[in-house]
Design a protein around this ligand. Structure first.
Ligand SMILES: CC(C)(COP(=O)(O)OP(=O)(O)OC[C@H]1O[C@@H](n2cnc3c(N)ncnc32)[C@H](O)[C@@H]1OP(=O)(O)O)[C@@H](O)C(=O)NCCC(=O)NCCS
Length: 117
């Protein structure tokens, strides 16, 4: 995993939306609030993206930094139900395909959008 310089920034903590209310814009509104705050401070921000959150964060300018592929099937014996999302399409350019039975979390960073004055 690459070593990141220790720079000031904002960390986006876990967000979640009730399954019945997903894809209604609540997640986007929360991330918009966070990136507006970071921009108002002239700071970069960073987060850990779950498989479901990755596409949302890409839309807001977060870039892939590193991945954590957890061998869920090997460790917990959990199988992958058809149609489920374990992050197979996430950060493939950076880290290649997700190993079979693994779930991918992506460390992401959004550069600062304004110079600190
Ligand atoms: C990630 C999450 C917070 C997004 O909240 P939301 O209110 O559904 O987000 P929005 O309605 O603003 O959707 C924006 C984008 O998020 C992504 N997204 C939302 N739900 C998704 C899902 N179940 N699978 C994959 N991508 C999803 C899509 O890119 C979507 O854009 P699109 O509808 O144009 O494809 C929500 O799916 C969730 O709570 N997931 C479970 C918990 C989780 O993984 N949280 C993130 C931790 S990092």
């Amino acid at each position: 995993m690459p070593r990141l310089p220790l720079t000031p920034g904002r960390d986006l903590h876990i967000i979640g939306c009730a399954p019945a209310r997903q894809r209604s814009g609540a997640g986007s509104a929360l991330v918009q609030w966070g990136v507006n705050l970071a921009d108002s401070l002239g700071l970069p921000s960073r987060l850990e993206a779950s498989p479901a959150g990755y596409g949302l964060y890409r839309k807001f300018g977060y870039e892939d930094v590193a991945v954590m592929d957890v061998k869920v099937s090997e460790i917990w014996g959990r199988t992958k139900p058809p149609g489920s999302n374990w992050g197979e399409n996430n950060a493939v350019d950076l880290a290649g395909p997700v190993p079979p039975g693994a779930q991918r979390t992506v460390i992401m960073r959004r550069p600062q959008k304004r110079a600190i004055v």
